[in-house]
Design a protein around this ligand. Structure first.
Ligand code: NDP
Length: 452
Protein backbone atom coordinates (compact mmCIF):
# COMPACT_ATOMS: atom_id res chain seq x y z
CA UNK A 1 0.00 0.00 0.00
CA UNK A 2 1.24 3.49 -0.79
CA UNK A 3 0.97 5.52 2.40
CA UNK A 4 2.58 8.63 0.92
CA UNK A 5 -0.55 10.74 0.80
CA UNK A 6 -2.20 9.60 4.05
CA UNK A 7 -1.89 11.58 7.26
CA UNK A 8 -2.32 9.41 10.34
CA UNK A 9 -3.37 10.74 13.73
CA UNK A 10 -0.67 8.55 15.25
CA UNK A 11 2.35 6.76 13.85
CA UNK A 12 3.85 4.24 16.28
CA UNK A 13 7.40 3.04 15.64
CA UNK A 14 7.81 -0.44 17.15
CA UNK A 15 5.23 -3.22 17.63
CA UNK A 16 6.38 -4.48 21.02
CA UNK A 17 4.23 -4.59 24.15
CA UNK A 18 4.15 -0.80 24.70
CA UNK A 19 3.72 0.18 21.04
CA UNK A 20 0.92 -2.32 20.38
CA UNK A 21 -0.96 -1.24 23.53
CA UNK A 22 -0.66 2.46 22.65
CA UNK A 23 -1.74 1.81 19.02
CA UNK A 24 -4.71 -0.39 19.95
CA UNK A 25 -6.09 1.94 22.64
CA UNK A 26 -5.56 5.04 20.48
CA UNK A 27 -7.43 3.33 17.62
CA UNK A 28 -10.26 2.41 20.02
CA UNK A 29 -10.74 6.17 20.60
CA UNK A 30 -11.13 6.65 16.84
CA UNK A 31 -7.56 7.63 15.94
CA UNK A 32 -6.21 6.64 12.54
CA UNK A 33 -3.06 4.69 13.48
CA UNK A 34 -0.09 3.23 11.59
CA UNK A 35 2.43 0.93 13.25
CA UNK A 36 5.89 0.52 11.75
CA UNK A 37 7.84 -2.63 12.63
CA UNK A 38 10.92 -4.17 11.04
CA UNK A 39 10.40 -7.67 12.56
CA UNK A 40 7.27 -9.61 13.46
CA UNK A 41 4.96 -7.92 15.99
CA UNK A 42 5.65 -8.87 19.63
CA UNK A 43 8.87 -7.09 20.55
CA UNK A 44 11.43 -8.16 23.14
CA UNK A 45 8.97 -9.59 25.66
CA UNK A 46 7.19 -11.94 23.30
CA UNK A 47 9.93 -12.80 20.82
CA UNK A 48 13.26 -12.50 22.66
CA UNK A 49 12.56 -12.04 26.37
CA UNK A 50 9.98 -12.67 29.07
CA UNK A 51 7.86 -15.31 27.32
CA UNK A 52 10.48 -17.66 25.80
CA UNK A 53 12.61 -17.17 28.96
CA UNK A 54 9.75 -18.16 31.30
CA UNK A 55 8.96 -21.18 29.10
CA UNK A 56 12.63 -22.19 29.40
CA UNK A 57 12.41 -21.77 33.18
CA UNK A 58 9.46 -24.19 33.23
CA UNK A 59 11.34 -26.62 30.98
CA UNK A 60 14.44 -26.59 33.17
CA UNK A 61 12.47 -27.04 36.43
CA UNK A 62 11.13 -30.50 35.55
CA UNK A 63 14.53 -31.95 36.41
CA UNK A 64 14.19 -30.86 40.06
CA UNK A 65 10.51 -31.77 40.15
CA UNK A 66 11.26 -35.34 39.02
CA UNK A 67 13.87 -35.74 41.72
CA UNK A 68 11.47 -34.22 44.32
CA UNK A 69 8.84 -36.79 43.29
CA UNK A 70 10.95 -39.81 44.21
CA UNK A 71 10.51 -39.68 47.99
CA UNK A 72 6.81 -39.17 47.41
CA UNK A 73 6.82 -42.66 45.93
CA UNK A 74 7.13 -41.98 42.20
CA UNK A 75 9.44 -44.31 40.31
CA UNK A 76 11.05 -42.50 37.42
CA UNK A 77 13.33 -44.97 35.71
CA UNK A 78 14.32 -43.25 32.54
CA UNK A 79 14.72 -39.53 32.21
CA UNK A 80 16.34 -37.60 29.42
CA UNK A 81 15.77 -34.30 27.66
CA UNK A 82 15.21 -33.63 23.94
CA UNK A 83 16.68 -30.15 23.22
CA UNK A 84 15.49 -30.13 19.59
CA UNK A 85 11.92 -30.81 20.68
CA UNK A 86 12.07 -27.97 23.21
CA UNK A 87 13.33 -25.59 20.49
CA UNK A 88 10.54 -26.73 18.18
CA UNK A 89 7.88 -26.26 20.89
CA UNK A 90 9.22 -22.79 21.72
CA UNK A 91 9.22 -21.76 18.06
CA UNK A 92 5.63 -22.93 17.57
CA UNK A 93 4.47 -20.99 20.64
CA UNK A 94 6.31 -17.81 19.61
CA UNK A 95 4.86 -18.06 16.08
CA UNK A 96 1.39 -18.37 17.63
CA UNK A 97 1.94 -15.34 19.89
CA UNK A 98 3.37 -13.17 17.08
CA UNK A 99 0.24 -14.07 15.06
CA UNK A 100 -1.96 -12.98 17.97
CA UNK A 101 -0.14 -9.62 18.18
CA UNK A 102 -0.54 -9.19 14.41
CA UNK A 103 -4.29 -9.87 14.73
CA UNK A 104 -4.67 -7.50 17.68
CA UNK A 105 -3.30 -4.67 15.53
CA UNK A 106 -5.31 -5.58 12.44
CA UNK A 107 -8.56 -6.12 14.37
CA UNK A 108 -8.20 -2.75 16.07
CA UNK A 109 -8.00 -1.08 12.66
CA UNK A 110 -4.29 -0.16 12.70
CA UNK A 111 -2.24 -0.22 9.50
CA UNK A 112 0.95 -2.30 9.84
CA UNK A 113 3.93 -1.11 7.81
CA UNK A 114 7.02 -3.34 7.63
CA UNK A 115 10.40 -1.65 7.65
CA UNK A 116 12.84 0.59 9.50
CA UNK A 117 11.63 4.13 10.23
CA UNK A 118 13.82 7.20 10.33
CA UNK A 119 12.82 10.79 10.93
CA UNK A 120 12.80 13.35 8.16
CA UNK A 121 10.70 15.95 10.05
CA UNK A 122 8.85 16.15 13.40
CA UNK A 123 5.73 14.66 11.74
CA UNK A 124 7.21 12.48 8.99
CA UNK A 125 9.31 9.33 8.87
CA UNK A 126 10.74 7.48 5.92
CA UNK A 127 10.19 3.71 5.59
CA UNK A 128 11.51 1.87 2.51
CA UNK A 129 11.39 5.05 0.39
CA UNK A 130 7.80 5.75 1.49
CA UNK A 131 7.07 8.82 3.57
CA UNK A 132 4.65 8.19 6.44
CA UNK A 133 3.09 11.23 8.05
CA UNK A 134 1.52 11.41 11.51
CA UNK A 135 0.16 14.30 13.53
CA UNK A 136 1.86 12.57 16.46
CA UNK A 137 4.70 10.04 16.40
CA UNK A 138 5.31 7.59 19.24
CA UNK A 139 8.70 5.88 19.52
CA UNK A 140 8.45 2.46 21.15
CA UNK A 141 11.50 0.73 19.72
CA UNK A 142 12.70 -0.94 22.94
CA UNK A 143 16.29 -1.93 23.60
CA UNK A 144 18.98 -4.47 22.78
CA UNK A 145 21.63 -6.34 24.78
CA UNK A 146 24.77 -4.32 25.45
CA UNK A 147 28.19 -5.95 25.76
CA UNK A 148 31.28 -4.32 27.32
CA UNK A 149 34.42 -3.73 25.31
CA UNK A 150 36.50 -6.72 26.48
CA UNK A 151 38.98 -8.39 24.13
CA UNK A 152 37.33 -11.34 22.36
CA UNK A 153 33.83 -10.77 23.78
CA UNK A 154 32.21 -9.34 20.64
CA UNK A 155 33.52 -12.25 18.52
CA UNK A 156 32.90 -15.14 20.88
CA UNK A 157 30.14 -14.31 23.37
CA UNK A 158 26.40 -14.71 22.97
CA UNK A 159 23.63 -12.52 24.43
CA UNK A 160 20.17 -13.45 25.72
CA UNK A 161 18.91 -13.27 22.09
CA UNK A 162 21.03 -16.29 21.12
CA UNK A 163 20.74 -18.05 24.51
CA UNK A 164 17.01 -18.49 23.87
CA UNK A 165 17.59 -20.51 20.70
CA UNK A 166 20.89 -22.38 21.02
CA UNK A 167 21.06 -25.30 18.57
CA UNK A 168 22.36 -27.55 21.33
CA UNK A 169 22.59 -27.52 25.11
CA UNK A 170 26.08 -26.35 26.17
CA UNK A 171 27.86 -28.77 28.49
CA UNK A 172 29.69 -25.84 30.07
CA UNK A 173 28.54 -22.24 30.03
CA UNK A 174 30.03 -19.14 31.65
CA UNK A 175 27.83 -16.14 32.30
CA UNK A 176 29.03 -12.56 32.86
CA UNK A 177 26.86 -10.33 35.06
CA UNK A 178 24.49 -10.92 37.97
CA UNK A 179 21.40 -8.93 36.98
CA UNK A 180 18.00 -10.32 36.02
CA UNK A 181 19.15 -12.03 32.81
CA UNK A 182 22.40 -13.55 34.11
CA UNK A 183 20.66 -15.00 37.19
CA UNK A 184 17.68 -16.40 35.29
CA UNK A 185 19.89 -18.12 32.70
CA UNK A 186 22.30 -19.46 35.35
CA UNK A 187 19.42 -21.44 36.88
CA UNK A 188 17.92 -22.39 33.49
CA UNK A 189 21.14 -23.96 32.19
CA UNK A 190 21.95 -25.55 35.56
CA UNK A 191 18.45 -27.06 35.59
CA UNK A 192 19.17 -28.71 32.24
CA UNK A 193 22.42 -30.10 33.70
CA UNK A 194 25.04 -27.73 32.22
CA UNK A 195 28.05 -26.77 34.32
CA UNK A 196 27.56 -23.05 34.96
CA UNK A 197 30.14 -20.40 35.95
CA UNK A 198 28.66 -17.08 37.07
CA UNK A 199 31.17 -14.22 36.95
CA UNK A 200 30.24 -10.86 38.48
CA UNK A 201 31.98 -7.76 39.72
CA UNK A 202 29.94 -7.12 42.91
CA UNK A 203 30.23 -9.04 46.19
CA UNK A 204 26.65 -10.35 46.01
CA UNK A 205 24.48 -11.05 42.94
CA UNK A 206 21.47 -8.92 41.88
CA UNK A 207 22.52 -5.43 42.88
CA UNK A 208 19.54 -3.21 43.72
CA UNK A 209 17.57 -5.97 45.47
CA UNK A 210 17.34 -6.27 49.26
CA UNK A 211 20.67 -7.45 50.67
CA UNK A 212 19.18 -10.33 52.68
CA UNK A 213 17.42 -11.61 49.54
CA UNK A 214 20.74 -11.34 47.67
CA UNK A 215 22.42 -13.39 50.40
CA UNK A 216 19.74 -16.10 50.12
CA UNK A 217 20.13 -16.07 46.32
CA UNK A 218 23.87 -16.63 46.64
CA UNK A 219 23.16 -19.68 48.85
CA UNK A 220 20.65 -21.07 46.31
CA UNK A 221 23.14 -20.62 43.46
CA UNK A 222 25.73 -22.59 45.44
CA UNK A 223 23.12 -25.11 46.54
CA UNK A 224 22.26 -25.85 42.90
CA UNK A 225 25.93 -26.24 41.98
CA UNK A 226 26.45 -22.99 40.07
CA UNK A 227 30.12 -21.99 40.42
CA UNK A 228 30.21 -18.35 41.43
CA UNK A 229 33.04 -15.88 40.82
CA UNK A 230 32.12 -12.73 42.80
CA UNK A 231 34.28 -9.57 42.68
CA UNK A 232 35.66 -10.84 39.39
CA UNK A 233 35.96 -9.41 35.89
CA UNK A 234 36.79 -10.97 32.54
CA UNK A 235 40.13 -9.83 31.09
CA UNK A 236 39.93 -11.49 27.69
CA UNK A 237 38.29 -14.30 25.74
CA UNK A 238 39.89 -16.47 23.09
CA UNK A 239 38.87 -19.61 21.26
CA UNK A 240 40.70 -22.88 20.68
CA UNK A 241 38.57 -26.01 20.66
CA UNK A 242 36.61 -24.31 23.47
CA UNK A 243 36.33 -20.74 24.71
CA UNK A 244 39.10 -19.73 27.11
CA UNK A 245 37.93 -17.03 29.48
CA UNK A 246 40.72 -15.26 31.31
CA UNK A 247 39.67 -13.67 34.60
CA UNK A 248 41.30 -10.61 36.16
CA UNK A 249 42.85 -12.78 38.92
CA UNK A 250 44.63 -14.91 36.30
CA UNK A 251 42.33 -17.95 36.42
CA UNK A 252 41.22 -19.34 33.06
CA UNK A 253 37.79 -20.92 32.58
CA UNK A 254 37.10 -23.27 29.69
CA UNK A 255 33.54 -23.13 28.33
CA UNK A 256 31.40 -24.07 25.34
CA UNK A 257 29.57 -20.75 25.52
CA UNK A 258 29.97 -17.36 27.18
CA UNK A 259 26.70 -15.50 27.80
CA UNK A 260 27.19 -11.80 28.43
CA UNK A 261 24.27 -10.23 30.32
CA UNK A 262 25.58 -6.81 31.28
CA UNK A 263 22.51 -4.69 30.66
CA UNK A 264 20.57 -3.32 27.72
CA UNK A 265 20.67 -0.10 25.70
CA UNK A 266 17.91 1.84 23.93
CA UNK A 267 17.24 1.20 20.22
CA UNK A 268 17.77 4.73 18.91
CA UNK A 269 20.61 4.28 16.43
CA UNK A 270 18.50 3.83 13.26
CA UNK A 271 15.89 6.50 13.95
CA UNK A 272 17.99 9.49 12.75
CA UNK A 273 16.76 11.49 15.75
CA UNK A 274 19.50 14.04 15.02
CA UNK A 275 17.54 15.09 11.88
CA UNK A 276 14.89 16.68 14.11
CA UNK A 277 16.92 17.29 17.29
CA UNK A 278 15.25 14.87 19.73
CA UNK A 279 17.18 15.02 23.01
CA UNK A 280 18.79 11.80 24.20
CA UNK A 281 20.80 10.91 27.30
CA UNK A 282 24.51 9.95 27.41
CA UNK A 283 23.51 6.28 26.95
CA UNK A 284 21.34 7.19 23.92
CA UNK A 285 17.94 6.61 25.58
CA UNK A 286 15.21 9.16 24.75
CA UNK A 287 14.48 11.89 27.30
CA UNK A 288 10.77 12.49 27.94
CA UNK A 289 8.60 14.45 30.38
CA UNK A 290 5.68 13.13 32.49
CA UNK A 291 3.50 13.09 29.33
CA UNK A 292 6.07 10.81 27.64
CA UNK A 293 6.69 13.76 25.31
CA UNK A 294 10.19 14.51 24.01
CA UNK A 295 11.52 18.05 23.55
CA UNK A 296 9.82 17.97 20.11
CA UNK A 297 6.10 18.79 20.45
CA UNK A 298 4.80 16.01 18.12
CA UNK A 299 7.22 13.23 19.17
CA UNK A 300 6.64 10.93 22.17
CA UNK A 301 8.43 7.85 23.52
CA UNK A 302 7.52 4.99 25.88
CA UNK A 303 9.01 1.73 27.17
CA UNK A 304 12.64 0.58 27.25
CA UNK A 305 13.74 3.17 24.67
CA UNK A 306 13.25 5.77 27.44
CA UNK A 307 15.14 3.67 30.04
CA UNK A 308 12.82 4.54 32.93
CA UNK A 309 11.79 1.18 34.49
CA UNK A 310 12.51 -1.46 31.86
CA UNK A 311 9.68 -3.90 32.50
CA UNK A 312 6.89 -5.01 30.13
CA UNK A 313 4.00 -3.96 32.44
CA UNK A 314 5.57 -0.50 32.72
CA UNK A 315 5.73 -0.13 28.90
CA UNK A 316 2.11 -1.35 28.72
CA UNK A 317 1.06 1.16 31.39
CA UNK A 318 2.94 4.03 29.72
CA UNK A 319 1.44 3.15 26.32
CA UNK A 320 -2.09 2.93 27.70
CA UNK A 321 -1.78 6.20 29.64
CA UNK A 322 -0.34 7.91 26.52
CA UNK A 323 -3.36 6.80 24.43
CA UNK A 324 -5.81 7.85 27.17
CA UNK A 325 -4.25 11.33 27.42
CA UNK A 326 -3.66 12.04 23.74
CA UNK A 327 -6.79 10.47 22.19
CA UNK A 328 -9.17 9.57 25.04
CA UNK A 329 -9.37 12.97 26.71
CA UNK A 330 -8.36 11.47 30.09
CA UNK A 331 -5.53 12.99 32.11
CA UNK A 332 -4.16 9.66 33.25
CA UNK A 333 -0.50 9.12 34.19
CA UNK A 334 1.47 5.98 34.86
CA UNK A 335 2.59 5.78 38.50
CA UNK A 336 6.21 4.75 39.00
CA UNK A 337 6.05 4.10 42.75
CA UNK A 338 5.67 0.58 44.15
CA UNK A 339 6.13 -1.22 40.81
CA UNK A 340 6.45 -4.91 41.74
CA UNK A 341 8.99 -7.08 39.95
CA UNK A 342 10.22 -10.67 39.80
CA UNK A 343 13.40 -12.49 38.93
CA UNK A 344 12.70 -16.01 37.70
CA UNK A 345 15.58 -17.61 39.52
CA UNK A 346 14.98 -21.06 41.03
CA UNK A 347 13.47 -20.44 43.53
CA UNK A 348 12.12 -17.13 42.21
CA UNK A 349 12.45 -13.70 43.81
CA UNK A 350 9.78 -11.03 43.93
CA UNK A 351 9.66 -7.58 45.48
CA UNK A 352 7.57 -4.47 45.85
CA UNK A 353 8.44 -1.17 47.48
CA UNK A 354 11.64 -0.19 49.26
CA UNK A 355 14.51 -2.46 50.20
CA UNK A 356 15.80 -2.19 53.76
CA UNK A 357 18.90 -0.40 52.44
CA UNK A 358 16.80 2.16 50.51
CA UNK A 359 14.62 2.81 53.56
CA UNK A 360 17.67 3.34 55.78
CA UNK A 361 19.31 5.62 53.17
CA UNK A 362 16.14 7.71 53.07
CA UNK A 363 16.35 8.10 56.85
CA UNK A 364 13.15 6.14 57.47
CA UNK A 365 12.90 4.55 60.90
CA UNK A 366 11.79 0.96 60.18
CA UNK A 367 10.64 -2.22 61.82
CA UNK A 368 11.81 -5.34 60.00
CA UNK A 369 9.91 -8.65 60.06
CA UNK A 370 11.47 -11.75 58.49
CA UNK A 371 10.71 -15.44 58.16
CA UNK A 372 13.10 -18.09 56.89
CA UNK A 373 11.55 -21.52 56.46
CA UNK A 374 11.64 -24.84 54.65
CA UNK A 375 8.53 -25.14 52.45
CA UNK A 376 6.28 -28.06 53.45
CA UNK A 377 6.77 -29.76 50.06
CA UNK A 378 10.51 -29.97 50.70
CA UNK A 379 10.19 -31.78 54.05
CA UNK A 380 9.51 -35.15 52.38
CA UNK A 381 11.34 -34.55 49.11
CA UNK A 382 14.63 -33.74 50.81
CA UNK A 383 15.04 -30.73 48.51
CA UNK A 384 17.18 -28.26 50.47
CA UNK A 385 15.67 -25.15 48.86
CA UNK A 386 14.38 -22.68 51.49
CA UNK A 387 12.09 -19.66 51.44
CA UNK A 388 12.72 -16.24 52.97
CA UNK A 389 10.28 -13.37 53.28
CA UNK A 390 10.68 -9.87 54.63
CA UNK A 391 8.39 -6.95 55.44
CA UNK A 392 9.65 -3.41 55.94
CA UNK A 393 7.33 -1.32 58.09
CA UNK A 394 7.59 2.43 58.64
CA UNK A 395 7.68 2.87 62.43
CA UNK A 396 6.02 6.29 62.41
CA UNK A 397 2.67 5.13 60.95
CA UNK A 398 2.93 1.30 60.79
CA UNK A 399 2.60 1.36 56.94
CA UNK A 400 4.23 -1.54 55.03
CA UNK A 401 6.66 0.15 52.64
CA UNK A 402 8.49 -2.91 51.30
CA UNK A 403 7.86 -6.63 50.81
CA UNK A 404 10.40 -9.13 49.52
CA UNK A 405 10.42 -12.87 48.99
CA UNK A 406 12.65 -15.60 47.61
CA UNK A 407 10.94 -18.96 47.45
CA UNK A 408 8.49 -21.08 45.47
CA UNK A 409 5.65 -19.04 43.95
CA UNK A 410 7.12 -15.72 45.15
CA UNK A 411 5.88 -13.76 42.06
CA UNK A 412 2.38 -15.28 42.34
CA UNK A 413 2.21 -14.32 46.03
CA UNK A 414 3.78 -10.88 45.61
CA UNK A 415 1.22 -9.73 43.03
CA UNK A 416 -1.43 -9.66 45.80
CA UNK A 417 0.92 -8.24 48.43
CA UNK A 418 1.65 -5.42 45.93
CA UNK A 419 -2.02 -4.36 46.13
CA UNK A 420 -1.68 -3.97 49.90
CA UNK A 421 1.59 -2.02 49.60
CA UNK A 422 0.17 0.18 46.81
CA UNK A 423 -2.90 0.83 49.01
CA UNK A 424 -0.53 1.87 51.85
CA UNK A 425 -1.96 -0.72 54.23
CA UNK A 426 -0.51 -1.07 57.71
CA UNK A 427 1.24 -3.99 59.33
CA UNK A 428 -1.80 -4.15 61.65
CA UNK A 429 -3.97 -4.81 58.53
CA UNK A 430 -1.66 -7.69 57.58
CA UNK A 431 -1.97 -9.00 61.20
CA UNK A 432 -5.79 -8.86 61.04
CA UNK A 433 -5.82 -10.93 57.84
CA UNK A 434 -6.39 -14.66 58.32
CA UNK A 435 -3.76 -16.91 56.78
CA UNK A 436 -4.46 -19.66 54.27
CA UNK A 437 -3.10 -22.85 55.78
CA UNK A 438 -0.87 -24.60 54.91
CA UNK A 439 0.74 -22.20 52.48
CA UNK A 440 3.92 -20.15 52.17
CA UNK A 441 1.86 -17.01 51.58
CA UNK A 442 0.40 -17.17 55.12
CA UNK A 443 3.81 -16.19 56.50
CA UNK A 444 3.11 -12.65 55.24
CA UNK A 445 0.23 -12.33 57.73
CA UNK A 446 1.60 -14.32 60.65
CA UNK A 447 4.94 -12.61 61.39
CA UNK A 448 4.68 -11.09 64.88
CA UNK A 449 8.22 -10.51 66.17
CA UNK A 450 10.66 -8.06 64.74
CA UNK A 451 14.05 -9.20 63.51
CA UNK A 452 16.81 -8.65 66.10
P1 NDP B 1 20.82 -5.61 34.66
O1 NDP B 1 20.96 -4.15 34.61
O2 NDP B 1 19.75 -6.23 35.48
O3 NDP B 1 22.21 -6.25 35.16
C1 NDP B 1 23.41 -5.94 34.52
C2 NDP B 1 24.54 -6.77 35.13
O4 NDP B 1 25.72 -6.57 34.36
C3 NDP B 1 24.86 -6.36 36.56
O5 NDP B 1 25.22 -7.51 37.28
C4 NDP B 1 26.06 -5.42 36.36
O6 NDP B 1 26.92 -5.39 37.46
C5 NDP B 1 26.76 -6.10 35.21
N1 NDP B 1 27.62 -5.20 34.43
C6 NDP B 1 27.27 -4.04 33.83
N2 NDP B 1 28.32 -3.53 33.16
C7 NDP B 1 29.35 -4.39 33.34
C8 NDP B 1 30.71 -4.40 32.91
N3 NDP B 1 31.22 -3.43 32.16
N4 NDP B 1 31.47 -5.45 33.30
C9 NDP B 1 30.97 -6.44 34.07
N5 NDP B 1 29.70 -6.49 34.51
C10 NDP B 1 28.90 -5.46 34.13
O7 NDP B 1 20.76 -6.07 33.14
P2 NDP B 1 20.26 -7.40 32.42
O8 NDP B 1 21.01 -7.45 31.16
O9 NDP B 1 20.31 -8.57 33.34
O10 NDP B 1 18.73 -7.07 32.15
C11 NDP B 1 18.36 -5.87 31.48
C12 NDP B 1 17.02 -5.39 31.94
O11 NDP B 1 16.02 -6.21 31.38
C13 NDP B 1 16.79 -5.49 33.45
O12 NDP B 1 17.29 -4.39 34.15
C14 NDP B 1 15.29 -5.57 33.53
O13 NDP B 1 14.79 -4.27 33.53
C15 NDP B 1 14.92 -6.30 32.26
N6 NDP B 1 14.62 -7.72 32.54
C16 NDP B 1 13.60 -8.04 33.38
C17 NDP B 1 13.30 -9.37 33.65
C18 NDP B 1 12.19 -9.70 34.59
O14 NDP B 1 11.36 -8.84 34.86
N7 NDP B 1 12.14 -10.91 35.15
C19 NDP B 1 14.05 -10.45 33.04
C20 NDP B 1 15.11 -10.00 32.20
C21 NDP B 1 15.37 -8.68 31.96
P3 NDP B 1 26.67 -4.41 38.72
O15 NDP B 1 25.47 -4.92 39.43
O16 NDP B 1 27.92 -4.54 39.52
O17 NDP B 1 26.47 -3.05 38.14
Amino acid sequence: MNNSNKIYDLVVIGAGSGGVRAARISASYGAKVAVIEEDRPGGTCVLRGCIPKKLMVYASEFNKQMSDAKKYGWKIDECSHDWDLLNKSLKEELDRLAGIYDNILKNSGCTIIKGVANFISPTRVKVNDNVIEGKKILIATGGHPWTPDISGVKEHAITSNEALKLPKLPKNISILGSGYIAIEFAFIFRGFGSNVNLIYRSDLPLRGFDNEIRGCLEKELLNKGVKIYPKTKIKKVSKNSKLEIELDDGRILSSDELLVATGRKANTDNLKLENIGVEISHDRSILVNENSRTNIETVFAIGDVTDRINLTPVALGEGHAFADREFGNKKRFFEYDNVPCAVFSQPPISSVGLTEEEAVNQGINCEIYTSNFKPLKNTISGNTERSFIKLIVRKEDNVVIGAHMIGSDAPEIMQSIAIAVKAKLKKSDFDLTVGIHPSAAEEFVTMRSQRD
